[in-house]
Design a protein around this ligand. Structure first.
Ligand code: GLN
Length: 490
């Protein structure tokens, strides 16, 4: 049995019947990391001892007949979730040696549910990027084809699940960073509604857009993870005081009632869009047919402000980032460079050396957009566009339950292909970042593989706090879509 390939659901059953132990499962993952991570580069830090100790503890609890939702399951975390005693770098040299003294709420919830934390995964520095090439440490490669990017910014978390180095992982999504790498790596990624999962202990990139979510092999596993991490947290003032449902009951809803009666909107602005690859368009059309065969009614909807989404996002996100990243000054935390003549020079050298080029670019853009005299012209206008985008979704959802689209306009590009062209990189986020501006949930589920063997994903968006419809439709699609090929040998 390939223990490393199991889903959470499968592993739980085998653990409960004591056919396998958590130590077996965790060791299989560590072996897999030893064998392949030098090529893939999914991890920044592997906590071998911590993971084996937690696995033994889980085995002791399992032996006593205890049951917890993730008891003994090996999970990897994007390296911007604070972990007590395990360094948390955010993919940045400026936090290379930062060891938090507390766990993020999502991490504490995983641990309380019995999960074994394997380590911390690579990412674009502070979440800024779409390819994981902006990490201050190393690039991560796509397990389906090592010459291609895994997507980003949660590229390490996605590659670790796809390469079967963990059973599931957590990522974060500010403009697509869970959904797009999941799509590029042929797995499932769910960005919950803003406020659904606590951001406490998530190192901020753009606080009004950031959201934590699961990256998994199946939609069922995503629902299992959501049951653990969702819910109100008094430590996060933007956490919503709404009760989390049992997300796995959305799967039962499909099993008992299918998808009949459900309406899926397709935004007319999305199709025939410049830059949309014919292969992605074909995979999307095929996916739409699968949903139609399940009884889903397809309707045309309009998101008229789509043309302004990328521009507005790339003003708003860098503006928030420029403010959030002001704290890395060589004084409060992180690395410090010696200044030649006093404080200002120390700040300059610390920030010039500690941040990579993309982060510096965003800080400059954001600081400019927020500066006196330009605030109204840039930040104010982008905020107004954001409101219009929210209104677009509210109107569109009057006529449908979910909205479907591709996740990314092309399959994963080659490593290095876009590094000198940030604008092309920004434009590739067109289908994902509006969901963050509107605060709505979105799922990426595999829907095909390109001629050269790279996966593509279907995006399913829902109304605020209606992850249930998204999960139900995603699960229905997953159960009914033509079988998805397995990962080629690494
Ligand atoms: N690619 C987008 C950006 O660079 C989104 C990243 C994310 O979701 N963290 O901002």
């Amino acid at each position: 049995m390939d223990l490393h390939a199991l889903t959470i659901d499968q592993a739980k059953k085998l653990l409960a019947s004591r056919e396998i132990s958590s130590v077996d499962l965790v060791s299989a993952m560590l072996d897999r990391i030893d064998a392949h991570d030098a090529k893939v580069g999914a991890f920044i830090t592997v906590d071998r001892e911590g993971a084996l100790a937690a696995a033994s503890e889980a085995d002791a609890r399992l032996a006593k007949g205890e049951d917890a939702p993730l008891l003994g399951i090996p999970v990897a975390l994007k390296d911007l979730l604070c972990t007590t005693g395990v360094r948390t770098t955010c993919g940045s040299k400026i936090l290379e040696d930062f060891v938090p003294t507390y766990d993020a709420t999502s991490v504490a919830l995983l641990k309380a549910a019995g999960a074994v934390i394997l380590g911390k995964t690579n990412m674009d520095e502070f979440g800024m990027g779409s390819s994981t090439e902006n990490s201050g440490f190393h690039v991560t490669r796509n397990p389906w084809n090592l010459d291609h990017v895994p997507g980003g910014s949660s590229g390490g978390s996605a590659a670790a699940v796809a390469a079967q180095m963990c059973t599931a992982s957590l990522g974060t999504d500010t403009g697509g960073s869970i959904r797009q790498p999941a799509s590029h790596c042929g797995i499932v990624g769910l960005k919950p509604t803003y406020g659904r999962v606590s951001r406490f202990g998530l190192v901020s990139y753009a606080s009004s857009l950031d959201q934590i979510g699961p990256i998994t092999r199946t939609v069922r596993d995503a629902a299992i993870m959501m049951n653990v991490i969702a819910g109100h947290d008094p430590k996060d003032s933007t956490s919503a005081a709404v009760d989390a449902p049992d997300f796995t009951s959305a799967l039962d809803a499909f099993d008992s009632q299918g998808l009949s009666g459900m309406k899926a909107g397709i935004p007319k602005e999305y199709l025939g869009m410049e830059g949309l690859s014919p292969e992605v368009e074909k995979a999307f059309t095929d996916a739409r047919k699968v949903l139609e065969d399940l009884g889903v009614e397809i309707v045309e909807v309009s998101l008229p402000h789509t043309a302004y989404a990328v521009a507005a996002y790339y003003v708003l996100a860098p503006s928030e980032a420029s403010s959030n990243l002001a704290r890395y000054d060589g004084v409060k935390y992180g690395a410090r460079q010696k200044g030649a003549d006093g404080l200002i020079d120390m700040y300059k050298k610390t920030r010039s050396k500690g941040f990579g080029p993309e982060v510096q670019r965003r800080i400059i853009m954001g600081t400019y957009a927020l500066s006196a005299g330009y605030y109204d012209e840039y930040y104010g206008r982008a905020s107004r566009v954001r409101t219009l985008i929210m209104d677009d979704f509210s109107k569109a959802f009057e006529g449908c339950d979910i909205i479907i689209s591709p996740v990314a306009p092309t399959p994963a590009f080659k490593i290095g292909e876009n590094v000198d062209d940030p604008l092309t990189m920004y434009l590739s986020d067109i289908f994902t970042l509006s969901a963050n501006m509107a605060g709505i949930p979105g799922l990426s589920v595999p829907c095909g593989v390109s001629k050269n063997g790279l996966p593509m994903g279907l995006q399913i968006l829902g109304k605020r706090f209606d992850e249930m419809s998204v999960i139900r439709a995603g699960y229905g699609f997953e159960q009914s879509a033509p079988s998805f090929p397995g990962l080629p040998e690494l």
